[in-house]
Design a protein. Structure first.
Length: 273
């Protein structure tokens, strides 16, 4: 098998962190998230994954977050089997293959053209008529013209919002809520404290990436995006699977859970509209 040489820059390289985390955890004897596609991609890509310094605990945290999003998507599709799903900044995530949604679903993967081109080269071909790949910036309104109308819509964005400015993110969310008659916005968010601290990370600096948007109170979005309503918020320190992390990590999580700013350093939020 020929190995694929890639040269990512800026925020796109962060795709490799989560890809490697899912692959590393998937190799565990009893993973909470099995991702054989991630395992195959890591073996295929010619890249120094060891330089990312993703340890077993970090890989577990990546898997915990991905599993929570997967469960939210499954719940939404059970309720709306004819939904339109927007998987924004999909990167090298195999969520569509993991979940195998019914043929009645239209599923759109959206990411930069070079990322989408890499997906086409690395991923097994998907022949279902309802699967669509769009190579564009998620903030470009032009690609919305390709979406069906009149059906429930689900936007899922894992590891995206913190890299956008508020002037980029809020119009994007409003376009989603205006396009579909009803649906959900599911994404993860950092608070402003974690944005400031996170931007000191040597790894983030080496990649040329930068955190830009933080959300201190999840209900603030109800005011910023008319028509949305917070229905669930899960902090990173309360994700299922925490008990499988090393003991020191569990102690740190329990400590952080006692203090509001630390508790909300990172969380997954789910809004309906």
């Amino acid at each position: 098998m020929d190995r694929e040489k890639i040269d990512y820059r800026e925020v796109r390289e962060t795709n490799l962190v989560t890809l490697y985390g899912r692959a590393l955890h998937s190799r565990e004897p009893e993973p909470i998230l099995r991702d054989e596609v991630a395992e195959r991609l890591v073996a295929r890509i010619d890249y120094d994954f060891g330089g990312l310094r993703v340890d077993r605990a970090s890989a577990m945290a990546v898997a915990m977050r991905a599993r929570q999003f997967d469960e939210w998507v499954r719940t939404f599709l059970r309720r709306y089997p004819d939904a339109v799903v927007l998987h924004l900044a999909c990167g090298l995530d195999s969520r569509y293959l993991r979940l195998a949604p019914p043929s009645t679903v239209d599923w759109f993967e959206v990411d930069f053209p070079d990322v989408v081109d890499l997906r086409r080269r690395l991923f097994p071909p998907v022949t279902q008529a309802g699967y669509h790949l769009i190579g564009a910036s998620v903030t470009d309104p032009a690609w919305f013209g390709q979406l069906p109308t009149g059906r429930p819509g689900l936007m899922i964005a894992e590891g995206l919002t913190m890299y956008l400015t508020e002037a980029e993110l809020l119009p994007l969310l409003r376009r989603v809520t205006n396009h579909f008659p009803r649906g959900e916005l599911d994404f993860d968010a950092m608070n402003r404290l974690s944005i400031r601290v996170g931007n000191l990370s040597p790894l983030l600096r080496r990649m040329g990436a930068r955190f830009r948007w933080g959300l201190d109170d999840a209900r603030d979005l109800e005011r910023l995006v008319p028509g949305v309503r917070l229905v669930e918020e899960v902090t990173a320190v309360r994700l299922r699977g925490l008990n499988r992390l090393p003991h020191l990590y569990q102690l740190v999580a329990r400590f952080a859970d006692r203090f509001g700013p630390l508790r909300r350093v990172s969380r997954l939020v789910r809004y309906r509209f």
